[in-house]
Ligand binder design. Structure first.
Ligand SMILES: Cc1cc2nc3c(=O)[nH]c(=O)nc-3n(C[C@H](O)[C@H](O)[C@H](O)COP(=O)(O)OP(=O)(O)OC[C@H]3O[C@@H](n4cnc5c(N)ncnc54)[C@H](O)[C@@H]3O)c2cc1C
Length: 381
């Protein structure tokens, strides 16, 4: 068992961090806690794409950088440390690109992949609905076959990137207990989006998408008719690992900010970093972050070998996102009253961290997946 990153991985993260600080932060600083508009998102995705962020999972044969999942996760973590909203935009676009690369027809791949990997096309994936999140099979959005087209009607909710997306990968019911995945193009087929006002990650679009009898040709089916949920569940393993890398970045930022503040702030004649109970808080934050990192890297390493990692991904996602929420709260405690003001970044870290315990399987759903592995009983059936 080797716990060290390779020289290549370390060099890639170092080079990428310099690019983040030099080229990306000057742009994302303008949108700290406020919506990153489409034009800026394209500009940022182009910068990210040169380093394999937002396109790294797509193989070189399809125009991507073909990075392994662990290396890619390290880059996302580094980006999320400084700009978690942009990391989210890139990650969701990358997920949509991979679905097109893996399941799209040669025509769909030729038409959409070059733009997706170049940052010219922004993607999103729409599964959740107002009446259904955890229980995916209860979705209501329908796609009805008429001739050589499908007519899609329904409402999707909480879709990341919705307002800035050019294409949506949508899962819809095509029969009783049959689900199919489609690529829908905003300009060509038309869909309406409405941005949702939310707690954190406010630079990262999240919205509602309405499909009002949207007509999509049969050729826009991704994979096979009826194969939509299989692809979706496979994608969840990957997305649980990657949402965890976003959490790691936020957790690291909260720890770094706390260390800086604790060394600077003085009470009872010395820096608060010298008080034992403050050190206990810092030790607890750092240990939780380290344990999270080990879980996430382990899951990513398994994913990189092409093995299923449902158990590891569920453990990594539930533990890391809950731990980072606690870490961010402890960061506020260390900052005292200043911690709850907008003057310091830690209140934002907590709002951002809170966002991540919900998507890609809530903490409870991931606990039930872990429970299923350990007991052999499926509480989600
Ligand atoms: C930041 C963010 C990004 C997102 N991005 C996307 C996206 O890009 N595309 C998309 O389709 N969706 C997205 N979502 C939606 C997300 O997938 C859902 O919010 C999630 O699946 C939970 O569904 P829900 O909100 O309807 O909660 P519900 O399913 O209604 O759950 C409510 C509560 O009940 C608990 N619960 C539910 N069932 C059980 C059970 N069987 N046992 C125990 N507890 C249970 C849950 O853990 C939760 O605490 C995103 C959400 C967030 C917060």
């Amino acid at each position: 068992m080797d716990f060290e990153l390779t020289d290549d991985q370390r060099m890639a993260v170092d080079a990428w961090t310099k690019v983040i600080e030099r080229d990306i932060l000057p742009i994302t600083k303008e949108y700290r806690d406020s919506f990153i508009p489409k034009e800026a998102a394209h500009r940022l995705l182009k910068l990210c794409g040169e380093y394999g962020v937002g396109n790294g999972w797509v193989g070189e044969e399809d125009g991507g950088l073909g990075l392994d999942y662990l290396s890619s996760g390290l880059l996302f973590e580094a980006l999320s440390r400084h700009a978690p909203d942009l990391a989210g935009i890139a990650w969701v676009t990358e997920g949509a690109s991979l679905k097109v690369a893996r399941t799209g027809s040669p025509e769909l791949k030729a038409r959409y992949l070059p733009g997706l990997v170049a940052g010219d096309i922004i993607g999103c994936s729409a599964i959740s609905e107002p009446g259904m999140g955890s229980s995916v099979r209860e979705m209501r959005t329908r796609a009805e076959k008429r001739g050589s087209n499908f007519h899609i009607t329904g409402e999707k909710m909480w879709t990341s990137n919705a307002s800035i997306a050019d294409i949506v990968i949508v899962v819809a019911k095509t029969g009783e207990n049959e689900f199919t995945m489609f690529l829908v193009d905003r300009e060509e087929h038309g869909f309406q989006t409405q941005e949702i006002d939310k707690l954190g990650l406010n630079g990262w679009s999240m919205g509602q998408i309405v499909f009002d009898d949207v007509v999509v040709p049969e050729a826009n089916v991704l994979g096979v008719v009826g194969g939509g949920l299989r692809e979706t569940f496979k994608g969840f393993e990957r997305s649980r690992c990657f949402v965890s890398t976003l959490a790691l970045g936020i957790g690291q930022a909260a720890l770094d900010d706390s260390l800086t503040y604790a060394r600077d702030r003085r009470t009872f004649g010395k820096p608060i970093a010298g008080h034992q109970l403050v050190q206990a808080l810092i030790a607890d934050m750092a240990t939780k972050l380290h344990a999270s990192r080990l879980l996430v890297y382990r899951a990513l390493a398994k994913l990189a070998t092409g093995q299923r990692c449902e158990l590891e991904a569920a453990m990594a996602k539930s533990f890391t996102t809950e731990s980072v929420r606690e870490i961010a709260s402890q960061a506020i405690q260390i900052h005292g009253a200043f911690g709850i003001t907008r003057e310091f970044p830690v209140e934002r870290h907590l709002r951002n961290a809170q966002m991540l315990t919900i998507p890609d399987g809530t903490t409870q759903i991931n606990q039930l997946i872990i429970g299923r592995f350990l007991t052999g009983e499926n509480a989600l059936a």
